[in-house]
Design a binder for this molecule. Sequence first.
Ligand code: SF4
Length: 183
Amino acid sequence: MYYGTIKKSDIANGEGIRTTIFVSGCRNRCPGCFQPETWSFDYGTPFTEKTKAEIFKTFDNPVVAGLTILGGEPMEPENQRDLLPLLREFKTCYPDKNVWLYTGNLYEELTGKPGSHEKALDITEELLSYVDILVDGRFIEAEKRLGLRFRGSANQRIIDMNKTRAEGRVVIWDGCALDKKYD
Ligand code: SF4
């Protein structure tokens, strides 16, 4: 897996102070994508054990709330296979910190039977089990709204995965109630 950027002390992509990885590779080809360079799976820098150690070191700071995974598209099959061991280790080492993951795909596509969608793999269920908040859906220019928290367009959902698992239905994150209404 390659990544374009790692942001430390990020406050734009999830609640609290976070460490954010922008992984490379995306086949979604959204019209008007503002970062087409990230479509390439070898854009940026290889993600190595050294990169992981550098990221994990940031979580020793108690003010860092968690890890955010952005893209590109984290749920491309190649990226899922590399993210799975990373998230598994993250949750073992830092059980009190959370994971936010952004995908252009829908929760329903990812959680169908393995093979029912190109992104629904045999490992997807385990990967998603390590995710606390899933921001799903494509960015759609016509749905762009100022004042949305942690997402660009109103069609994108911020899904509370822990409540969703507990209740067996999609539960939207409480924090969306704090969206500001500019329009
Ligand atoms: S999912 Fe993101 S990176 Fe991929 S095409 Fe859409 S906007 Fe671009």
